[in-house]
Design a binder for this molecule. Structure first.
Ligand code: PMT
Length: 431
């Protein structure tokens, strides 16, 4: 299948609800059609105040579906048939009211019924005033939809219909079309790659209020996940605590500690049984406190005072102003994957170094038995941790390639391209 024509012949139900951005629907439908998709518009009654069914019919060349009871229009099909016909249902714009009805499983108009009746992927492009978007009810509804694997595309920040500036603008038609393409690329049969990525920091609890962690924001790992997905891979992202949005179409598993990350990684490799590539981008804590105190450790005592607490072997005050913390080693996740004898994927590590970057990265490549390592000089404060840019040196047994300073998205895209060709070559050599 030609990825450039991924939308050719695809059936897209475009659900239109009564957001101001409905005026962009003719352009959206036209763009999808121009890429070869067949679009059928389903409109809620109020949306017709913002864009006419005549306009939508003109661009989609099909009658607009807007009434669950009306079967008299020639060419119109029922909600069950529409749900089956769709390869994807994109609701753009999706108002707060529609999201609430979708989240609560209502079937009080044609569009909600089509959504209930479809076995296909649903994506929503929210559009509303920023106060409505931020309202706890809307946020809870979005969370419910996410949990049901409904894709949430946007909204973005910008000038809203009211004149206010805030988050609530529907993504532009071009962006939505890209998301639809990415979705179909990701499920394309020609891309059997399943890439498992870890990202972000881990947090190792000391007591209920304190933990050991590091400066990783997760941006590099999330950029890798987005790049891999946009190139058509199935992507699972195991993330430590970060504040980033999950890239569209990526399956995300949240963990907190290194032990949880270790378990999650091996569970995916074991149960999915199709992981081709493992990229360990997470900044995993090498150590964790030997015991986690059940009560807040007192600075004056260094040991817990509550009777319910475990006697602390974790911390000890050895002088008025010095406390020691006993740490134990965490499992080395990437090493454990690289040493698998069955289901071993192509293994890529990162090396965050502040000096002798290449030399230390090579040692890690060898010691951990990796196929490839991305050496990351983290002594440059403006780069790497938390920044939007990075520069990387990819090193493997008999080769080296530098990626000059650019955005993390671009770095990620180059790393994924390299992995895809390099891992294929390695596989064919093995035979
Ligand atoms: O998240 P950002 O703010 O965007 O920053 C990106 C980054 C700097 C975190 C990222 O680019 C990076 O370099 N990640 C690796 C950080 C790291 O832990 O490096 P390391 O040299 O300590 O570890 C070497 C490798 O072993 C890494 O692949 C690491 O994921 C892995 N490891 C380390 C310890 C451990 N217990 N288990 C592991 O799997």
């Amino acid at each position: 299948m030609d990825k450039k024509n991924i939308l050719k012949g695809k059936h897209i139900v475009l659900g239109i609800t009564a957001g101001l951005a409905a005026s962009k629907c003719p352009e959206l439908a036209r763009m999808l059609e121009a890429l070869g998709a067949e679009v059928r518009a389903v409109m809620t009654p109020n949306s017709e105040k913002l864009v006419t069914s005549g306009q939508m019919q003109a661009v989609t060349h099909f009658p607009v579906e807007d009434n669950i009871f009306d079967r008299s229009t020639p060419g119109s099909i029922g909600h069950i048939a529409l749900g089956k016909w769709a390869d994807i249902i994109l609701i753009a714009p999706a108002t707060a009211d529609f999201l609430a009805r979708l989240a609560s499983g209502m079937g009080d108009d044609l569009l909600t019924c089509v959504c209930l009746a479809t076995p296909s992927q649903i994506a929503v492009a929210p559009s509303m005033h920023f106060q409505m978007y931020g309202a706890p009810a809307t946020q809870e509804n979005l969370l419910t939809l996410k949990k049901r694997n409904i894709l949430i595309w946007g909204p973005e920040k910008g000038r809203l219909g009211s004149g206010d500036i805030g988050i609530g603008r529907m993504l532009e038609p071009g962006e939505l079309v890209k998301n639809v393409e990415n979705y179909f690329n990701s499920i394309s049969e020609l891309n059997p790659f399943h890439i498992l990525i870890t990202a972000g920091p881990t947090q190792e609890a000391i007591d209920p209020v304190r933990y050991i962690s590091n400066r990783s924001s997760g941006k590099m790992g999330f950029a890798l996940a987005a790049a891999a997905r946009s190139k058509g891979a199935k992507v699972t992202l195991i993330s430590g605590p970060v504040t980033l949005e999950t890239p569209v179409g990526v399956k995300r598993i949240d963990v907190v500690t290194a032990l949880e990350m270790h378990e999650a990684v091996h569970k995916i490799i074991e149960t999915d049984n199709d992981v081709n590539v493992f990229i360990s981008c997470a900044a995993v804590s090498d150590f964790r406190p030997e015991h986690v105190s059940t009560q807040k450790i007192k600075k004056s005592e260094g040991v817990e005072t509550s009777s319910s607490s475990v006697p602390s072997q974790t911390s000890e005050v050895i002088a008025d102003d010095i406390m020691t913390l006993r740490l134990v080693k965490n499992p080395d996740i990437v090493k454990s994957v690289a040493s698998l004898t069955t289901r071993r994927p192509f293994v890529v590590g990162f090396a965050a170094e502040t000096e002798r970057v290449e030399e230390y990265a090579r040692i890690k490549l060898e010691k951990k038995k990796l196929d490839l390592i991305c050496a990351n000089d983290v002594s440059k404060k403006e780069l790497t941790f938390g920044s939007d840019e990075n520069e990387i040196t990819m090193i493997w047994n008999d080769g080296i390639k530098k990626i000059e300073k650019c955005s993390k998205s671009e770095v990620a895209s180059q790393i994924i391209d390299h992995i895809l060709t390099f891992s294929q070559k390695t596989k064919s050599k093995e035979g």
